[in-house]
Design a protein around this ligand. Structure first.
Ligand code: NAD
Length: 287
């Protein structure tokens, strides 16, 4: 039976590491990392997400600001506010909470973020840097997946990894991170015709499709690592994309939902913000 990968404990370790560095900075007379979260409109789920980011960043000693804009905000006004944050010396991280209300263009909004402060790693400069293997800010959930994978001690180099889902937020960047670690990566998506066979051949499975029960436990290769990114509400319960109980009988390591990848995302956002702060001090990412 699989070892359950404890995302809550690992997220706590990441927060502790970041918190220690922030405290050392303070002791050395350096300023704390600064994060701004930008929320447009009043979507309740988005309010919960930015609230969590605010709470956790403040708890570690960050300077954290919440910018709440009305639903009536125009694209030009939103981009103007994002650029203002980009120009401020005390801010290292700019997070635009997605999705934006209808009528606002998320891609254009992301383009207005200074790439050096793009702590979600969504700006084409950062996505391109990931593609090219250059330094840059990486998306938070994929970083969380890699960190959880590393807790297993399983060798990534040469492993056959199957990523299910090809979004810019999760699937594509996680595949690039696995490739950068010398895994042999197969990307599966909604048009993949042999998902069962692909999963059956995989040493590492990352499921990020948003389809409950998509990955059948019986498909999982004995001894594989299963990272389940899916967050689906089924009859009021949060479940992943993987048939957990059946998969846990075959995998060597598996993430639960909830308590797996979910808690890692905000932790990695905090780490990205600290890294953006340190990189800006070194004078990187300018121009
Ligand atoms: P998305 O809807 O943008 O992308 C889903 C991807 O899954 C698409 O590329 C699609 O091709 C693929 N897909 C859909 N149906 C499929 C099928 N039947 N077979 C194979 N592939 C299929 O979603 P996303 O933003 O990438 O998020 C994916 C899941 O991860 C969602 O459940 C989301 O809630 C969750 N998520 C969790 C976290 C977190 O844990 N912190 C963060 C982001 C997303």
């Amino acid at each position: 039976v699989a070892r359950i990968i404890d995302g809550r404990a690992e997220a706590e370790r990441v927060r502790a590491e970041v918190g220690r560095t922030v405290a050392q900075r303070k002791a050395a007379g350096l300023r704390p990392p600064g994060l701004v979260t930008i929320l447009v409109g009043d979507d309740p789920a988005s309010q919960v997400y930015v609230g969590r980011k605010q709470r956790e960043s403040r708890a570690l000693g960050f300077v954290s600001e919440q910018l709440t804009l009305p639903t009536s905000t125009t694209q030009a006004q939103l981009e103007g506010r994002i650029r203002e944050c980009g120009a401020r010396a005390d801010l290292d991280g700019i997070l635009v909470q997605l999705p934006l209300p209808p009528g606002l263009d998320a891609d254009a909004a992301v383009l207005a973020i200074d790439p050096a402060k793009d702590v979600d790693g969504l700006h084409p400069c950062n996505q391109g840097a990931l593609f090219l293997g250059l330094p840059g800010l990486r998306p938070c959930t994929p970083l969380g997946c890699m960190r959880l994978l590393d807790t297993t001690g399983v060798e990534v180099r040469g492993a056959r990894a199957v990523v299910i889902g090809r979004s810019a937020l999760v699937g594509k960047p996680v595949a690039m991170l696995l490739l950068a670690r010398d895994a042999t990566v197969v990307m599966c998506h909604s048009r993949t015709t042999d998902l069962a066979a692909q999963v059956a051949a995989a040493d590492i499975v990352v499921a990020a499709a948003g389809r409950p029960g998509l990955v059948r436990g019986a498909w999982v290769k004995p001894g594989a690592v299963v990272i389940d990114v899916g967050m689906n509400r089924v009859e009021g319960k949060l479940v992943g994309d993987v048939e957990f109980a059946e998969a846990a009988e075959r995998a060597a390591h598996i993430t639960p939902v909830p308590g797996g990848v979910g808690p890692m995302t905000v932790a990695m956002l905090l780490r990205n913000t600290l890294e953006a702060c340190e990189a800006r001090e070194r004078g990187e990412g300018k121009g």
